[in-house]
Ligand binder design. Structure first.
Ligand code: SF4
Length: 507
């Protein structure tokens, strides 16, 4: 698009944004000396050029507040701007552009479309993927895309894929321009592609965010599925931490909450439908939707079906297969670790207490950098140990989830604790209350070079949960990893909660 950046800003961190707004500052690369000499931006050959800047509703309001007439916008809920004839020559101008001074008259309020330039958001040639490209019409563009521009595009892409930005861009799909062959594609934006594709799949779908927790809680209440044997998956944070990797979408239909995950292979449900209607009825509806979106692919399935639901569904002719279940422990037993069963764990706790001075603190933002460094250390220690291919794969995926938790634990409804020893963070853990009696341990990382630290942290977690009223600790499943299974069994679970996957197709 032909835009003008007359006053490039420094690299500023994106401020916290509200849904429906765009960030006030994006990183800027083109030097102002280049912009001031440019004869391209903000000028257009035809009155109806498809390159006219797009303004979202709030951007229109801001532009009008800065002096542009409302009549410049054919649709005040979001539209491309009406151009005006160039008083000094041929062609047309953005009405905000002052041809004499060469400046944008609404610079502080110019829309995202202009702030991005010379980067451009557009569909690829097949109209299948949203991409970020570099417009070769910008005189700053050298012949090839240098590494500097690629890393600049990376930083911009990071901002564009922030949750509120994704929502806002998805609500303004016309911000994504048509393919231009003189725009060099620098980066694909799969998050935006996925977000926009759900509009094509079913407009009732909404991206799952931490803000959906109250709606989810109401659905759980209606479904009456939370009890002492509930799976950890019946909570928002369990799913929300994976959304950067695996977009999750929800919809409500017939007073039933449907949660879907969009994998590269197709759509599936990480939970059965939640509502007060008979579950066989809502499950049939869910499979009908997935069949429609996935075709006959076996990817259509419903995960985390609990035992009472399975019994009922199998009576109605549905097919289920077993999945790894959550390990459930008596909280009091883990808090004290008495008896021969816990001799090894107790010895390790005693050892680390003898050898180290350990301090626990509630996690807060100032611990983030140290926790990220710890994660890298811990991952390297695991890689250096006997980690199979599956373990390595999960470790790679887990990094994104840990990053999300460390950045947004409060919004996600998670509480964290860090352990400080030798003047640095040596362990951290995050979890949530599944019910008032059950604490779920979602993440736990302990520096493996300090023997006994992991066991000590787990005991401290149990002690703190008991203090908060917990009767049980849910430590999630073992992901099918033999080492993890052995470690979880060594703590003598009171139960491994039955968990099932329901497949499409009735008997
Ligand atoms: S809003 Fe400003 S930057 Fe955007 S096209 Fe108009 S004059 Fe140029």
């Amino acid at each position: 698009m032909h835009r003008m950046m007359k006053n490039p800003m420094d690299l500023l961190p994106m401020e916290s944004e509200q849904p429906g707004t765009f960030p006030k500052a994006l990183p800027q690369l083109v030097p102002s000396s280049v912009c001031f000499q440019c004869e391209v931006c903000c000028r257009f050959p035809e009155a109806d050029s498809f390159l006219r800047p797009y303004f979202a509703e709030q951007e229109i309001q801001a532009a009008v507040a800065h002096g542009l007439p409302l009549g410049s916008f054919p649709d005040r809920s979001g539209s491309q701007i009406n151009l005006v004839e160039n008083p000094l020559g041929e062609g047309y101008l953005c009405p905000a552009f002052d041809a004499v001074s060469g400046r944008c008259g609404i610079y502080e309020a110019r829309p995202l479309d202009c702030r991005l330039y010379p980067l451009a958001l557009m569909w690829d040639a097949a109209h299948e993927e949203v991409v970020l490209g570099w417009d070769t019409k910008c005189p700053f563009m050298p012949e090839a895309v240098p590494a500097e521009i690629v890393s600049y595009a990376d930083r911009v892409a990071d901002q564009l894929t922030a949750e509120t930005m994704t929502e806002t861009i998805t609500a303004n799909p016309r911000l994504i321009g048509r393919f231009q062959d003189d725009v060099v594609i620098v980066k694909a934006l799969p998050h935006l592609t996925a977000s926009l594709s759900r509009l094509r799949i079913d407009p009732r779908l909404h991206a799952l965010t931490a803000a959906d927790a109250p709606r989810f809680a109401q659905a759980l209440e209606r479904a009456q599925v939370l009890g002492p044997d509930a799976l950890a998956a019946y909570a928002v944070p369990y799913h929300a931490i994976w959304t950067p990797l695996l977009p999750h979408w929800w919809m409500e239909a017939g007073e039933t909450f449907f949660l879907f995950a969009q994998s590269p292979d197709g759509w599936f449900m990480p939970l059965p439908p939640l509502g007060s209607r008979p579950i066989d009825e809502t499950v049939r509806e869910a499979f009908a939707l997935m069949r429609c979106w996935n075709g006959p692919s076996p990817v259509s399935r419903i995960e985390n079906v609990m035992e009472p639901q399975r019994r009922l569904l199998e009576q109605r002719g549905f097919l289920c297969r077993r999945k790894d279940g959550d390990y459930l422990y008596r909280a009091e037993a883990l808090a004290v670790l008495t008896g021969d069963h816990y001799k090894a764990q107790r010895a390790l706790c005693n050892r680390v207490e003898r050898e180290q001075v350990l301090v626990t603190e509630p996690y807060c933002a100032r611990h983030r950098a140290d926790c990220l460094a710890l994660y890298e250390r811990w991952a390297a220690q695991k890689q250096a140990g006997a980690l199979d291919a599956m373990g390595a794969f999960l470790l790679e995926d887990a990094k994104m989830a840990h990053n999300r938790v460390l950045a947004e634990h409060e919004q996600l409804g998670l509480a964290g604790t860090v352990v400080i020893a030798q003047e640095r963070v040596m362990a951290y853990t995050f979890g949530y209350w599944l019910t008032p009696q059950t604490w779920c341990v979602l993440l736990e990382v302990a520096d493996r070079s300090m023997p006994g630290l992991a066991q000590w942290l787990f005991r401290e977690t149990a002690r703190s949960a008991v203090g908060g009223g917990a009767r049980s600790i849910n430590a999630m499943d073992d992901a099918g990893l033999p080492g993890l299974r052995e470690a979880k069994r060594a703590y003598r679970p009171q139960a491994v909660i039955d968990c099932w996957i329901m497949m499409d197709g009735e008997r």
